[in-house]
Design a protein around this ligand. Structure first.
Ligand SMILES: [Zn+2]
Ligand SMILES: [Zn+2]
Length: 174
C-alpha cells in the first residue's frame, strides 16, 4: 500500500488493512522467515511532525520460522508495535556518512520523493522483531554433526569426538 505523504496534513491518518498469507514471498535462500501461516493484520497511524512523519503501527500474524540449530520450520505468533520516523529527500539526493548516522541514531528512515510503501516498512519491522538466534525450542538439540540426524526426533549413536583430533591420537598412543 503506497501512501502519498503530501496528503497528510494536520490530522493524523489511520490505515487498517490485512495482508494475505501469500503476501510474504521469501526469495532469499535460507531466509529465517519462510512464510506466514495467518493473514497479517496491520494498523498504522501516520502523523506529520514538522518536516518529518511519525509512523506508529502494530502488526499481528503467525510466522513460519526456520530454527537456526535443527533447520526445522516452526510456527510462532507475532505481535509487535513499532514507531519509525520518515523524512522525505529529493529523488536525486546522494547519501553521505552524516545521514547514515542520523538514520541509525535517531531511527529516521529517509525516503525519496513524497510516497512511501508501507509494505516495505512492515517487512523491515517483521525482521527487526526476530530474536538474534531463532530456536524452535530453548533446548533444541540441533543436528548431529556426524550423520546429520535431527537429534530432537531421533537420537543417533554417533560418537562425537571431543577436542582436537591430534590429542585423541596422542591419548591412543599412551
Ligand atoms: Zn530446532
Ligand atoms: Zn549421528
Amino acid at each position: 500500500m503506497i501512501v502519498d505523504l503530501t496528503e497528510i496534513l494536520e490530522k493524523p491518518k489511520q490505515y487498517r488493512f490485512s495482508l494475505p498469507i501469500e503476501w510474504w514471498e521469501s526469495d532469499i535462500p535460507g531466509d529465517q522467515i519462510q512464510g506466514l501461516d495467518k493473514p497479517l493484520e496491520v494498523r498504522i497511524t501516520i502523523e506529520r511532525i514538522g518536516s518529518r512523519f511519525a509512523v506508529n503501527g502494530s502488526l499481528n500474524t503467525g510466522l513460519l520460522l526456520q530454527c537456526d540449530r535443527c533447520l526445522d520450520i516452526f510456527h510462532q505468533d507475532l505481535t509487535c508495535e513499532f514507531q519509525v520516523y520518515l523524512e522525505s529527500v529529493p529523488d536525486d539526493w546522494e547519501p553521505d556518512e552524516e545521514v547514515e548516522l542520523l538514520e541509525e541514531e535517531m531511527g529516521v528512515d529517509l525516503i525519496r520523493g513524497e510516497e512511501v510503501e508501507l509494505e516495505d516498512i512492515i517487512r523491515e519491522q517483521i525482521y527487526l522483531s526476530l530474536p538474534m538466534k531463532i530456536l524452535c525450542k530453548e533446548d533444541c538439540q540441533g543436528l548431529c554433526p556426524v550423520c546429520g540426524a535431527n537429534r530432537n526426533r531421533q537420537p543417533c549413536c554417533c560418537q562425537v569426538v571431543q577436542g582436537h583430533p591430534a590429542f585423541q591420537k596422542l591419548k591412543a598412543l599412551k
